[in-house]
Design a binder for this molecule. Sequence first.
Ligand code: PEP
Length: 256
Amino acid sequence: MARRRPMMAANWKMNKLLGEAREYVEQLLPRIEGVEGADVALFVPLTALSEVVRLTEGTPVLAGAQNFYYKDSGAFTGEVSAPMLLDVGAGAVVVGHSERREIFGETDEMVARKAARAVSAGLLPVVCIGETKEERDSGGMWEKVSGQVRAVFEHLDDDISGEAIVFAYEPIWAIGTGDTATPEDAQDATGKVRGLLGELRGEDFAGAVRILYGGSVKPGNVEEIMAQEDVDGGLVGGASLEAESFAELVNAAANV
Ligand code: PEP
């Protein structure tokens, strides 16, 4: 099966004021100039989104949000919709990050509705899935992760292509802890996810979906993680906050 185009995605989380966002993009662009072998996405705070869209216009960098709500408008104080993200030029959005699920109470059902709305709006959703340490230690990794994936497909239209959605396997115990999954664990989980996608939507679909790994990815471990057959890139928090280290990750992904 042909390898999918790698993607390296930065999740800035709740970091960077406008000036810092500008400085970052100015430092990043020359460092990834001419890189052709990978897609690059920056998931930035909403306050910086239009500015990052403006600064990355005409470059291969995709600017995106870290969350949205699946209704298009109305009495949903504090939320933004898919049309609003498109309106400021976003091309992608993170959906169901474990911090949204754990801190803000997002359920599998909400995540699934968001993923479906992103796809129907033409935004590329990066749907996060992953287990806690307790779930892993008690042998419940696959029950958790497969349940999260199955829930998404209860809301996604039948006729979408595999290129229209990205999954990010992010074991919660590896996020922001410095405790990366072994390359074998990353392959085990992403390979199982791809197998399930095949059961749910067929081999062509499964072969086209990109599955990223997230959880303490950094320049020192990116190559061995990217070398895994079913890992198509990274969703990166901490190591994406400095343009220099994120550029190293992008270059590593492009050279797989
Ligand atoms: C993330 O926020 O999705 C993430 C993987 O963070 P970190 O790289 O810091 O573990």
